[in-house]
Design a protein around this ligand. Sequence first.
Ligand SMILES: [Zn+2]
Length: 420
Amino acid sequence: MRLDYFHTGKADSEIFSRERVVLEPLPWPGNPQKLLDDSNLGPYFFEVRDLRSGKALYSRGYSSIFSEWQTTPEAKGEYRTFSESLRFPLPAASVKISVQKRDGANRFREIWSTIINPQDQSIERVTAPAPAPVIAIAPNGPPALQVDLLFLGEGYTAGELEKCGRDVRRAADALFQYAPFRERRKDFSLRAICAPSPESGVSHPSRGTYRRTLFDSTFDVFGTARYALSFNNRSIRETAAYAPYEFLAIVMNDNAYGNGGIFGQFATVSIDDPRSLPAFVHEFGHHFAGLADEYFLGSVAYAPTVPTVEPWEPNITALFDPKNLKWKELVSAGTPIPTPWPKKEYERRGERNRDRYLSSGPYAGKVGAFEGANYMEKGYYRSEQNCFMLTLSCGRFCAACRRAIDRTIDLYAPKPGQSH
Ligand SMILES: [Zn+2]
C-alpha cells in the first residue's frame, strides 16, 4: 500500500495533507521478519499501527527533499510544497499512520497522523499496464529475502532505451566494486525500468535548458549547479510500482556533473559525466544508509548547523562523550580520541593538492575520530581520515560507513539466524 501526500511549509512550519492511497500492483517486497525499523536513522520516521489494538505493524526512518529545502534561505520567506510517499504492507484492518520528526533533542515527535481503512472504496487499485518491461539485471532470490534495488532511466527518449539498459548496468556494476556492497552482492536483486521520456537529457535552469522528462529531473537544485534531483514523485512511484523495490536509483541521461541522494527516497546520477560512477556510489550512501557527507570545505546547497545534539547519522559524531564514541568497537588499538591528523595543512588556503593530507600522518588508515565533517571544520568528527563520503577519489567507505551499510542490508536481507 502507498500513501501519497503533500508536504508543505517553510523554515519553521510544516503541514501534511493526504493526496491519495494506492494499492500497488505487486506483493510487498520486504522481509516479514524485519517490519520494524530500530536503526534510528533519518530526520523523519513513520509508524503504521493497528487502529484497534495499537500494535505497531511497520515502521521506517526516512528523509525528504522538503527537509533539505527547509534549511535554504528561500524557506525563510515563502511556502513550498513537495510530494512524498509512504509505502507499507497492506493491513488487514484500519491503521493509524503516524509521521514523526526529531525535536531539538533528536527524539521523534508525532507531527501528523491519518487513518486508513483498507476497505475504503477510494483506495486506487492499479490495473493499468506497466509503462515499460522490467529488466532483470540480477534477480538473485525472492524479494522478501533480498535487498531490492530498482534503477529507473530518466531523460531517455524512445529511441535511446538501449542506451538506458547499458547505462543502468554501468551504475550497478560500479556500486558492487566497493566494500561492503561487493561482499554482499548476493543479498541484492537488481532490476531496471527504462520508460521513455518526451525529451532527451534533463533540465539545467542555469543554462536556460529545460527538458520535459518522465520524473521532472533538474540540475541547479536549491541554486547549486551540481545538485540534481527528480521532483515528480507521483511519476517515480507509478513507474517503480511495477517492480519489487526498496531502494531507487535514478539514472539521468546527461553528461554534466551532477547527482543527489535522499535517505529512503532515491539516489540520482548523471551518467555520462566522467565522475558519474564514484559520484553514484557516494550518493547511494546517502540514500541507502543515511550517511552524512564527511566533507567540510567548499559550499553546499543547504545550510550547515553547529552541533547541539549528537547527530543521528551513523558516520559522524559531535563527540560530546569521547568514551562512548558511536563506533568505539571499530577504533584501532592505541588510537587517541579525538585523533590528530594534518588538518592545518589540509585546510591551508590555496593548497593545490590537499587530498594528499587525507592519507598522511601517523593515523592514516586507522579508525578513530578525526575532526572535520558534515560541512563543518569544527564540531563534527568522522571515523577515518578519508572516505567515499569525503572525496570521490578515495574509492572506499570508512569503517563507520561500511558498518552502517551492512546494517541496512541486514534490515532487508537478514543473514540466517538473525531475527528482529
Ligand atoms: Zn565514511
